[in-house]
Design a protein around this ligand. Structure first.
Ligand SMILES: [Ca+2]
Ligand SMILES: [Ca+2]
Length: 620
């Protein structure tokens, strides 16, 4: 639909220029005027200012190699404008909107006459209905320039269901992106821009400017490239929504003025464009040549507006009062030159790409954070995630789950991420999780001070984050050896009878089924039951040193006398004096050692024994 071009180019140029030239009209005003039935017609034929239904002669001539036939006839028209919007449904029916009357018609593959039998709506749609397009889900949409909106129609009744989107300015050409399913609408009437309407499945859609260019008829190629008839001349080639730079415009120059309707073949990458022109000519543009080759395949029409290609591959183009069908000369629609242009078959959707992150490493019993957020979908579809952690646990969901491995394993666990997009296509990625064993940790064990002949009683526990089994041993440090220690869960009981005074280290060793040990220790002090007995034993030791000649009898007697005195003090409960006697004993031993009268080794043994006795006596 191009109103402005009525004043330029084509056979009617001179007359309409004269008619409109004295009135610098805005695009909207020009449109309003067009709807005033007969106004332009009066300018065209000079016969009437009243509303007329002009008799339009049989349409023009196909170029050699092509044929043209009437597909649908009898449309109402004001001035020279009648049917404009064209859209094929999934069953191959052609819906045609008559801008002049506001009626919507539906034709089967054989076409027909605009009449009550083909009319869809009982009440006309006001406001000069223009572009028609079916959405990916089969919904029918209409561009309503006077309301500056795109509306959804009930395809069975032709009534308006809702407003899909309102725009600034006006609307004309309408097309559905085969990639995103979004609606694209031109504003035409020499006014930019080209709008994109997204997220309109329910509620108002999101309107964005896709390209700041004034275009009229628009049509998508299979690869999502959008072609548009530029107001003033030329064809805009606009990059697809999935391109690195969506909406980038390049211009194909044309040797004629503004085109109007646009349709194209479906051959990816090498489309033929068909331009339906207001001057009654349909031009094929072969863009596979440099420069492009222009061929007029039809001429002598009344007035061309929007165009479409049917599922049969033939070209359907509007004229003032009819829709013509252009085919090969023999009536076939096979390429060349016309291919099966619409409905376009979108390229097969791409599966998503899974990225499981990793590899991962952690200890047994510790939470591991997994990250699948590197997964992607070329079509931008939402992804769902399913994780198999390789340890028999239930599958987890989400892009970044956490999981705890109960036990280590000699070989890494295999982690498998399956991502599925909203189109039910999936992709799988794997990585590994290396889980290490953790040794048992034995808690501190309470020691004790006991008297010789008593039992040391204690208990303890240990920790291990692994799902392991454990064995344990204990050594009481008194020469009784290492023995098995029973475990009850992660606790144990200690019990051992000490017969001899001394200080002992108790060592508990817990070992998990991976062979990792954990050690806990306690100190047990065993006091002699009778210090006097120990003193008596030390006197015997000194006697033995004298007998063996390592100590003189005199020195031996002196040392024994101090020990005997300590026994006497202890017998009367005088511990302090007993300790003083022992300290004197130690001093004498040291003096003998320094004088070389007692070998150092034997002397040190005597001192150690005396100090041990002092500790025993001083221990309450
Ligand atoms: Ca383990
Ligand atoms: Ca362990």
């Amino acid at each position: 639909m191009s109103v402005i071009t009525l004043g330029r180019g084509g056979p009617a140029r001179g007359r309409r220029k004269a008619c409109m030239g004295a009135h610098p009209l805005s695009a909207r005003a020009a449109l309003v005027i067009l709807t005033l039935a007969g106004w332009l017609n009066a300018c065209n034929d000079g016969t009437s200012l009243g509303r007329t239904r002009p008799k339009v002669s049989a349409e023009g001539i196909a170029a050699p190699g092509y044929a043209v036939t009437d597909f649908a006839t009898g449309f109402d028209n004001s001035g020279s404008i009648g049917p404009i919007g064209l859209a094929f449904d999934a069953s191959g029916n052609l819906f045609v909107g008559d801008a002049a009357s506001g009626f919507l018609y539906k034709f089967g593959p054989a076409g027909g006459i605009a009449s009550r039998s083909t009319q869809v709506n009982a009440t006309p749609i006001d406001g000069f209905p223009l572009g028609l397009a079916f959405g990916k889900d089969g919904s029918l949409f209409l561009a309503r320039p006077f309301s500056s909106e795109v509306a959804q129609l009930d395809a069975s009744t032709g009534t308006i269901i809702r407003t899909v989107a309102s725009v600034t300015g006006t609307v004309a050409g309408l097309a559905t992106d085969p990639l995103s399913g979004d609606l694209f609408v031109s504003s035409a009437f020499l006014v930019p821009p080209l709008y994109r309407i997204s997220n309109f499945a329910s509620g108002p859609g999101t309107v964005t400017v896709y390209a700041s260019i004034a275009v009229d008829g628009i049509a998508f190629g299979q690869d999502g490239t959008l072609f548009a008839a530029v107001e003033g001349g030329g064809v805009a080639k606009i990059t697809a929504t999935n391109s690195p730079t969506p909406g980038a415009v390049s211009i194909i120059d044309t040797p004629f003025g503004s085109g109007d309707g646009i349709a194209l073949s479906a051959t990816p990458g090498t489309p033929f464009l068909y331009i339906n022109r207001n001057d009654g000519i349909i031009t094929k543009i072969d863009v596979t040549t440099t420069p492009p080759t222009f061929t007029d395949i039809f001429s002598g029409g009344s007035r061309g507006d929007f165009a479409a290609v049917g599922p049969d591959g033939c070209l359907y183009a509007t004229q003032t009062d009819r829709v013509i069908k252009v085919s090969n000369a023999d009536g076939t629609c096979l390429p060349p030159p016309l291919g099966p242009l619409v409905p376009t078959t979108p390229p097969p959707p791409l599966p998503p790409v899974a990225n499981a992150g990793g590899p991962y490493a952690a200890n047994e019993g510790a939470a591991v954070a997994f990250n699948g957020s590197g997964s992607s979908d070329a079509g931008g579809l939402a992804l769902t995630y399913s994780w198999d952690f390789g340890d028999g646990s239930p599958a987890a969901t989400g892009a970044t789950p956490t999981h705890t491995y109960a036990d280590n394993r000699s070989t890494p666990y295999t982690v498998t991420l399956t991502v599925t997009n909203a189109g039910s296509l999936s992709n799988v990625a794997s990585t590994t999780a290396t889980i290490s064993n953790v040794a048992p940790s034995v808690s501190p064990i309470s020691g004790a001070t006991i008297v010789a002949g008593q039992s040391f009683i204690s208990s303890g526990s240990f920790a291990d984050p692994g799902q392991d089994t454990w064995t344990a041993t204990v050594s009481y440090g008194d020469g009784s050896g290492t023995q098995a220690l029973a475990l009850s869960g992660k606790t144990f009981q200690l019990s051992h009878l000490y017969g001899t005074a001394g200080t002992y280290s108790v060592t508990v060793t817990v070992t998990d089924d991976d062979g990792a040990p954990g050690v806990g220790q306690a100190t047990v002090i065993v006091r002699s039951a009778q210090p006097q007995q120990a003193l008596q034993a030390l006197i015997t030791t000194i006697r033995n040193l004298v007998t063996s000649g390592l100590l003189s009898a005199g020195n031996g007697n002196a040392l024994s006398a101090k020990l005997q005195a300590a026994i006497s003090e202890l017998n009367v409960g005088n511990n302090i004096d007993a300790v003083n006697e022992l300290k004197a004993f130690i001093n004498q031993v040291n003096a003998l050692m320094r004088a070389g009268r007692l070998p150092a080794g034997e002397g040190q043994n005597l001192i150690d024994a005396a100090n041990q006795l002092i500790r025993v006596i001083n221990t309450p």
